[in-house]
Design a protein around this ligand. Sequence first.
Ligand code: B12
Length: 393
Amino acid sequence: MSRVKRNQILVDSTDPAYLESLLQLAASAGLDRVGVCDATVLDRARSAIDDRNERGLSDTMGFTFRNPSRSTDPDRSVSGARSIIVGARSYYSEQPDHPGGLVGRVARYAQADHYTPLRQSLQQVALRLRADGFRAVVFADENAIVDREVAHRAGLGWFGKNANLLLPGAGSFFSLGSIVTNAVLSPAKQPAPDGCGTCRSCFDDCPTQAIVAEGVIDARRCLAWLVQKPGVFPREFRVALHDRLYGCDDCQTSCPPTVRLGRRHTASTPPAIGPGAFVDVFGVLDSTDQELLERFGSWYLAERNPKWLRRNALIILGNIAPLTMSNDPSDSVERMLRKYLGDIDPLLRAHALWAAIRLGRQDLVSLVERDADSLVQDELNHQSSVPIRTVTL
Ligand code: B12
C-alpha cells in the first residue's frame, strides 16, 4: 500500500521525501543508525534456523527458533507487510573498575534496560506511520522476527564471524529493533561490506569454543545461553563460566573494531537504574525470589524463576571465593555452602555440592551424602571429576 486517504490528505509512501522524513524522525527519536528494507520472507535466516535446529546447535532455545515459518515471515506478524524500518541503538558504556570482593559480572547489554528506550524510539516512527494511515508494529528482541537479518538486509551492518551485526565505524554494541509496516517505502541501500577480513580473534577468545564456523554459534557451548538455560549447568563449562552471572561479552570484547569504535557511540540515554556491571554474589544468594525478580526482572529468566541466577551464583562462588583452610562455621563462604547444601531445591543442593568440592571442602560432602535426590546423587557420582582449586603461592 503506497497511498491512503486520511482526512482528505493523500500520503505517498513511495515518495523518497516521505521515507527521508521518517528516517529523520527516527534519528531525532534517539536511534543511532536507521535503514529500510523490503518485508519479503527472510529465506537465509529461515534456512539457517532450520539447519541449526536439525544439527542441534540451537539446543533447547525457543525464541525465533521455535517457529521459523513465523519468525522469518514479516507478513505473519503484520498482514500485508511491505517494508521494514530497522533501527540500532548503542548500549555501550565505559565499564567501572572491578569493585573487588565476591562479585559476579554482567554483560553490557544486560547492565540496564536498553530495550525500553529502543522500543520508545521506534514507537515514535510507528505512531507517525499509523497517523498517516498505515499499519506499523514495533519489534525488538522478540520471537516474531530475526532482528540481525533484517538489519543486515537494511544495510545497517555486516555479519561478524562472531555472528553479531557490526555497524561500519561503530562495532556491535548495539541493540536492534524494527517497525514492520504495510507502507511501501523506497528500496534498501546496498548491504554493508564485510569488515572482518582475516581476523579470527573471536574464535580464539571464546572461552568455550562456541563459534563453530563463521557466523555460527553452537548454543550448547555458548555461555550467553547457558546462563539462561533452565536445568543443571553443564559440568564441562562450569569452570569456564568463571564469574559471569548473566551474559557473556567475550566475542565482542575480543573484536578489534567493536572495542576500538564502541566508545564513539555511547548509549545516548543510559537508564539510571539497572543491575549494573557487577553484582554481589552473597546478595544474590541471600535474596528472596521477589527481591531477585525486582532487581533482575528485565532479564530473560526461564519461567520467571530466579533460581537460575542462584545456580549461576553458586558456580561463581566455587570459582572465585577465597580458599579457606579452616573449618570455621562463622566464615561467610562456609555459611553459604551449608545454607545451600540444605536448600529445599535439589538443583541448588547439587550446585552447592560442586562449589564445595571445587573449593576443597570435601568435609561438607557428608551433609548431602544420604540425599536420595537423583540430581544430588548424580553430582556425588561426579565428585572425582571436579577440578579442585588449590592455593597458589
Ligand atoms: C536467540 C538469540 C540468542 C541466542 C543465540 C544467538 C545466535 N547466534 O543465534 C543466545 C542466547 C546465545 C544469544 C546470545 C547473544 N545475544 Co542474542 N539474540 C537471540 C535472538 C532472540 C534470536 C537470534 C536468532 O534468531 N538467530 C538465528 C540465527 C540463525 O541467526 P545468526 O546466528 O545471526 O545467523 C546468521 C548468520 O550466520 C548469517 N550468515 C549467513 N551466512 C553467513 C556467512 C558468514 C561468513 C557470516 C559471518 C554470517 C552468515 O545469516 C544467519 C541468519 O541471519 C535475537 C533477537 C531477535 N529476535 O532476533 C537476539 C540478538 C541476536 N542478541 C543480541 C545480543 C546483544 C546477544 C549477546 C551479545 C548478549 C550477551 N552479551 O550475552 C550474545 C551474543 C552471542 C553471539 N555471538 O551470537 C542482539 C544482537 C545485536 C547485534 N548487534 O548483533 C539481538 C539482535 C537482540 C537485539 N534485538 O538487539 N542470543
